[in-house]
Ligand binder design. Structure first.
Ligand code: URA
Ligand code: SF4
Length: 204
């Protein structure tokens, strides 16, 4: 795995990056995926939200957080009073990693090597957007952004200063989808919304 660096444009231009990422061969995940899914949103957003990797819907549509996890995220943003058009949304890894089971494509977590290989894209996006706060949705995003293992339950609720940036960590929206009980789901969405609100407060 050579890593993505050689494919990342020198210029901090999101449109150039969005075009160039389709040619990335920084790791093997491009082979099975439909397309790379780059970040979307306000190019000068104060908040950048980082997920794990595109899911099945995202892989097909080419946009981040447009499937079930995206609906959860949308609900949490509404609850936090944040307009999705004002934020920039992306993922730690740009190609979908999955396992075929019959006709279904089952999400597989990217491993540390994929996160490292893809990190130049995330770094370039963060540098171009230059947000006040980076919000990590789940442990994979937190690992990509902070470069270490993060226990979300222990570190959420307090902004983390690292490398000249402020980071807020929260759960991954998919974690909400795994909960059976509707009360637990609402509680988890409220928790995600509280973390997003905290990020928005720190940003202003
Ligand atoms: N999960 C993610 O982490 N990102 C997406 O874009 C969709 C689902
Ligand atoms: Fe490149 Fe990232 Fe896709 Fe790997 S996952 S090929 S590093 S864009």
């Amino acid at each position: 795995r050579p890593g993505a660096q050689a494919w990342v444009p020198e210029e901090p231009d999101l449109d150039l990056m969005r075009a160039a990422v389709q040619g990335c061969r920084g790791c093997e995940l491009w082979r099975e995926a439909t397309q790379a899914v780059f970040g979307e949103g306000a190019p000068a957003a104060r908040l950048i939200l980082v997920g794990e990797q595109p899911g099945d819907r995202e892989d097909l549509e080419g946009e981040p957080f447009v499937g079930p996890a995206g609906r959860v995220l949308a609900q949490a943003l509404v609850a936090a009073g944040i307009d999705r058009a004002d934020v920039y949304v992306t993922n730690a890894v740009k190609h979908f990693r999955f396992e075929e089971r019959g006709k279904r494509r089952i999400h597989r977590r990217p491993d540390a090597g994929h996160i490292t290989a893809c990190r130049p894209w995330l770094e370039a996006e963060v540098a171009a957007v230059d947000p006040d706060v980076v919000v990590c949705l789940g442990a994979t995003a937190a690992r990509a952004v902070l470069g270490r293992f993060v226990k979300i339950g222990a570190e959420r609720g307090t902004p983390i200063e690292s490398g000249g940036r402020t980071t807020v960590v929260s759960i991954h929206p998919s974690a909400v989808l795994r909960l059976r009980d509707s009360g637990e789901r609402s509680e988890a969405i409220a928790g995600l919304a509280a973390d997003l609100r905290l990020a928005a407060q720190v940003a202003r």
